[in-house]
Design a protein around this ligand. Structure first.
Ligand SMILES: [Zn+2]
Length: 310
């Protein structure tokens, strides 16, 4: 039997998505498992194994690429991920490779998304860009000179934990004011309670029992002033941060990926506007803000799978 597929896995705070991908980036099989339903990491390994066993796909896998929060490329471990219930250091690449009997490589989930964007997405022709993933948290993957930046110990690019508001919101990392506590699916929902506004009391947002990021975008489109304030505040916090990040690696573009970015052009345009307003003059009008086109294909699964072909 030909081992023609890479198993790409994107471990998220909510769901873990996995897919079999061929060398052309075609996903031939995809499924997902609720991450929180797996008490230990090994339960997730076993669950994915049994799904693929039932589908008779195990012997077609050449290797495994994993994107995970706080995933360390060098050690193959997830280390102290604030958005996962698994604590401490988990040697995930080793667990997968022992179970599946094929090589497994692990990287940070946002790094995997950047690799997917470079190989199959809007960044195909770009040599310098930063992918920003707006999920449960905010992740980033930095590409410089066509190379992913890992840093000395494999943790480069944790832009979600740059502190943007002094003594601001408490973050899962134990510190305060991190960007991801404002610009992420959970951050935008926190704004419903934590943002001061005169328009607050009339807003239907306060009447929802479990409001989601999409409710805020929908109500903003329908003209709710408080929802519009939240969207603007989120775009401003993110856009001004992107202006600052530009000083570091002078990227050609930022690629926004994930739940919030899927709300489309309007949000991306606002982020770009706030970024330009705050930008150092030498960078003005040179840096694009793009929206990923891989949402429906899952850039992180594709990117994780591309680790196998290297
Ligand atoms: Zn933080």
């Amino acid at each position: 039997m030909n081992k023609e597929y890479a198993l790409g896995i994107d471990i998220g705070g909510t769901n873990s998505v996995f897919g079999l991908v061929d060398k052309n980036g075609e996903v031939v099989f995809e499924d997902s498992i609720a991450t929180a339903s797996c008490e230990e990491a090994i339960n997730l390994v076993d669950a994915i194994y049994s799904v693929l066993e039932q589908k008779n796909l195990l012997n077609k896998i050449q290797g495994i690429g994993i994107g995970a929060p706080n995933g360390n490329f060098h050690s193959g471990s997830i280390e102290f991920a604030p958005n996962l219930s698994w604590k401490g250091k988990i040697p995930l690449a080793k667990l997968f490779s022992e179970k599946f009997k094929v090589p497994a490589t692990l990287t940070n989930d946002a790094n995997a998304a950047a690799l997917g964007e470079k190989k199959y997405g809007v960044a195909k022709s770009l040599s310098h860009f930063i992918t920003i993933t707006l999920g449960t948290g905010l992740g980033s993957g930095i590409i410089i000179d066509n190379q992913l930046l890992y840093g000395h110990d494999g943790f480069a690019g944790e832009l979600g934990h740059i502190r943007v508001i002094p003594n601001g919101r408490s973050c899962g990392c134990g510190r305060k004011g991190c960007l991801e506590t404002y610009a992420s699916a959970t951050g935008i929902v926190r704004s419903i309670n934590e943002l001061e506004s005169n328009n607050k009391h009339d807003s239907p947002l306060l009447k929802l029992t479990q409001p989601q990021a999409t409710d805020i975008f929908n109500l903003a489109k329908q003209g709710d002033l408080f929802a519009q304030e939240i969207v603007n505040f989120t775009a401003k916090t993110l856009g001004e941060s992107l202006a600052d990040f530009t000083c570091f690696s002078s990227p050609e573009a930022y690629v926004l990926f994930g739940g919030i970015a899927q709300n489309g052009e309007e949000f991306t345009k606002k982020v770009k506007q706030y970024m330009e307003n705050a930008m150092l003059i030498i960078y003005q009008n040179k840096v694009k803000v793009l929206t990923s086109e891989l949402h429906h294909k899952n850039a992180a699964v594709l990117g994780a799978s591309s680790l196998v072909w290297k």
